[in-house]
Design a protein around this ligand. Structure first.
Ligand SMILES: Cc1cc2nc3c(=O)[nH]c(=O)nc-3n(C[C@H](O)[C@H](O)[C@H](O)COP(=O)(O)O)c2cc1C
Length: 349
């Protein structure tokens, strides 16, 4: 799809495909007032000498205030600071700091509590560029405040960062194998949100089912839902957790030990179907039963035939043909994912 660069909507839409961090540029004006505005256009420019830049709009009412200050501080917001971003982007200038803790940075500008990092600058140059200014700053001091993930802005919504290697989110290193597999099956997972489905990837760690990844269909413009969120986080109601018991060595022993009398039948159904259906595994797949299906979960098997990941899809239309199609699709994706991790192909009984 293409379009004209002079179509404002199209320009925004295309540039919205590029994610940015979210910063609050703060300063104390010559009159002694604290001033701040949200920018996504912050970037590092030069290492020697250390310089950064951001691009305030010519229409901004805050920039004229900020530009009068002798120093400014770029506050890099953390993923849990979306309310701070909203406040500084939309609240009247006079009340933006209300309820937001801050101390003075070395340059004397407001350094907000809870940020990831801060960069103190003195203005080096301001150049007009179309309907914005290019502001270059000489960096005078800078610091890291916390190991929190940064807040991101993408396709009109806020979100957070999910590392491609995922190692950063597994501080204890207990899920390295599963996370490696998740990386390998990523191309398959991406097709789910493209088909308008929500996708959840889980694994079992000890006796817990934990979420490794979550992919949402593209958010409509202006929506704030994140498109991807990565744990690991424990799941209170494990979706399709039956797949973890349905395959793998010694599966029958395990099911007999851990489950109520119906469980063995249920696991046999899951094996036969090649997927677990939720919230309740229906004994038969007639149209009424299919209308009640909210989630479809397939396993990804490792070389030992054990379930290394489970892929759950939801957000589909609860109509028999739509559910059948999701089941067909997920099974194919599960098989493909299993091939990608060089797992043992799934034997459906
Ligand atoms: C995520 C995000 C990024 C933004 N990035 C910029 C930016 O780079 N430059 C800019 O001038 N305004 C940016 N804005 C808009 C400003 O924060 C602010 O809403 C706008 O400048 C109007 O307020 P003002 O008149 O007080 O400046 C951004 C807003 C959001 C929510």
């Amino acid at each position: 799809m293409g379009g004209s660069p002079f179509d404002r909507h199209w320009f925004r839409q295309v540039l919205g495909q590029y994610p940015t961090g979210v910063c609050v540029v703060t300063a104390v004006t010559p009159a002694g007032a604290r001033s701040g505005m949200v920018v996504g256009s912050f970037t590092s420019v030069s290492l020697d000498p250390p310089m950064v830049a951001f691009f305030p709009s010519a229409g901004s009412q805050t920039w004229p205030e900020l530009s009068g200050a002798s120093a400014f501080c770029v506050n890099v917001l953390a993923a849990d600071q979306e309310p701070v971003a909203r406040r500084f982007a939309t609240a009247p200038a006079a009340s933006r700091f209300d309820g937001v803790g801050a101390r003075s940075s070395p340059a004397g500008a407001p350094l907000l509590d809870g940020v990831v990092a801060w960069i103190d600058c003195t203005p080096a140059s301001v150049q007009a560029a179309g309907d914005h200014f290019v502001v270059l700053g000489d960096v005078t001091a800078l610091g890291i405040e916390s190991s929190k993930l940064p807040l991101l802005f993408f396709r009109g919504g806020y979100g957070s960062f999910s590392p491609l290697s995922f190692t950063a989110s597994d501080a204890e290193g207990v899920l390295t194998r599963q996370l490696r597999c998740l990386d390998l099956v990523r191309p398959v997972l991406r097709r789910l949100p493209d088909s308008g489905l929500r996708c959840l990837v889980t694994t079992r760690s000890g006796d817990r089912v934990v979420v490794l990844g979550r992919l949402e269909p593209p958010a409509p413009e202006g929506a704030t839902e994140p498109t991807a969120l990565v744990g690991p986080e424990a799941l209170s109601q494990p979706h399709g957790a039956a797949v973890f018991d349905a395959w793998g060595p010694g599966v029958d022993d395990r099911s007999a030990r851990h489950h109520h009398p119906d469980a063995a039948d249920r696991l046999a159904l899951v094996r036969e179907r090649g997927c677990a259906l939720g919230p309740v595994e229906p004994p038969t797949l007639d149209d009424d039963a299919l209308r009640a299906v909210e989630t479809v979960t397939v396993p990804v098997l490792d070389a030992d035939g054990d379930v290394v990941l489970a892929i759950t899809a939801d957000g589909f239309r609860q109509e028999p043909e739509a559910v059948r199609e999701v089941v067909r699709m997920l099974r194919a994706y599960g098989d493909e994912a299993t091939r990608l991790v060089r797992g043992r192909s799934l034997a459906r009984s």
